[in-house]
Design a protein around this ligand. Structure first.
Ligand SMILES: Cc1cc2nc3c(=O)[nH]c(=O)nc-3n(C[C@H](O)[C@H](O)[C@H](O)COP(=O)(O)OP(=O)(O)OC[C@H]3O[C@@H](n4cnc5c(N)ncnc54)[C@H](O)[C@@H]3O)c2cc1C
Length: 326
């Protein structure tokens, strides 16, 4: 038996959030008294496999080659299933990214195994995995236990800290792919990359978000949000009202039907604090709200509140941070 973590690669680079899961898994594997393994699937896997070793994996199963150059669910699910079998995994974990969620679910389904999606914490009790999930807009934490021999969970990004390298090195086991191109129904015709240089919401340590409060001049409002984000090295978020109004694309939406984020600092400008928005960001360590209505519900959740017009407060903050951060 072992604990197996899928290390997600994007353009050959491992996702930081996969390392968070691997770090936590050291603890789980120790509590279960089993080895920790990683699965790396991609066109080239050597560097990520080496890094997985330094971060605690004892064995890394790799599936390498052009078949895996682009993420395609059927190819990756077949690959991960091979790694699960090779590792004799009893616990299989992925980060709950868009890909991690579907891959985890697809392989769990294939194996008729229990799966906890989007877990926010993991522990071992009585020799079994317990996955903690946040439900009802983050108001209740539920413990999920499994009654299948293999237990799957995807883990929400930033649930655990980045692990320290422990200087270890893993045994790398290269698995020959069990399927070939003719068995993969998905074909990638074109890859369109998003705006380059943008900080991704899921990984961001700081997020500056805008809401319907920018309505008087949405283009200017989001330019001010983006300017403060640039100064702070932050990602740009938004409320659904701002997205629905067409001020900013959906990929920036934070909340129940958008992304769940957990930054160290969340600055909400012109956002009222509806429960569906809070569902996506109330796990932030420090919340700063800027709103011209002192009764806005967001102030009940905020650690710091600025009552004022975002068109004045955002540039003033950007200016001040520029001075202080040089
Ligand atoms: C099933 C469902 C799912 C949903 N999912 C999501 C979700 O994922 N994410 C999400 O965000 N919402 C979601 N919503 C919508 C949610 O209920 C709210 O409607 C939405 O969050 C409101 O967005 P807002 O705070 O930007 O707008 P509003 O509630 O209109 O608030 C705007 C705020 O801006 C302030 N303001 C106005 N002008 C200024 C100014 N110049 N300076 C400073 N402050 C100003 C106002 O005082 C007000 O508080 C969902 C709703 C449903 C029913």
């Amino acid at each position: 038996m072992s604990v197996l973590v899928w290390i997600e690669l994007t353009n050959g680079k491992p996702a930081a959030t996969s390392w968070e899961v691997l770090g936590k898994s050291r603890e789980l594997a120790a509590a279960l008294g089993v080895p920790l393994a990683a699965a790396v699937i991609g066109e080239s896997t050597e560097a990520a496999a080496r890094e997985a070793g330094t971060l605690g994996a004892q064995t890394v199963y790799t599936l390498t080659g052009p078949l895996f150059a682009q993420y395609r669910l059927s190819a990756y699910a077949a690959g991960l299933k091979q790694a699960v079998d090779a590792a004799n995994a009893g616990v299989v974990l992925t980060a709950a990214t868009t890909r991690g969620r579907e891959l985890c679910a697809a392989v769990a389904c294939e194996m008729d195994a229990g799966m906890a999606p989007d877990a926010v914490d993991l522990r071992v009790e009585g020799g079994k995995l317990v996955a903690v999930r946040s439900v009802y807009s983050n108001n209740i934490l539920t413990d999920v236990t499994f009654n299948t021999p293999v237990q799957f969970a995807s883990v929400r990004p930033r649930s655990f800290p980045m692990p320290e390298a422990n200087g270890g090195s893993a045994e790398v086991v290269a698995l020959p792919p069990a399927i070939d191109e003719s068995q993969v129904p998905e074909k990638v015709l074109e890859v369109k990359s998003g705006d380059s240089g943008e900080v991704s919401l899921a990984d961001a340590g700081i997020i500056v978000s805008g809401g319907r409060g920018v309505a008087a001049d949405p283009a200017k409002g989001f330019a001010l949000v983006a300017e403060l984000a640039t100064v702070l090295g932050a990602a740009v978020g938004a409320s659904r009202a701002a997205v629905d109004a067409g001020y900013i694309p959906y990929k920036h939406q934070v909340g129940q039907t958008g992304k769940t984020v957990k930054p160290d600092l969340y600055i909400a400008a012109g956002i009222s604090g509806a429960i569906q928005h809070l569902a996506g960001m109330s796990g932030s360590k420090v919340i700063v709200a800027i709103n011209k209505d002192r009764e806005a519900p967001i102030f009940e959740r905020a650690n710091y509140g600025i009552v004022g017009d975002l068109f004045e407060v955002l540039p003033a903050l950007a200016e001040e941070f520029k001075k202080r951060l040089g």
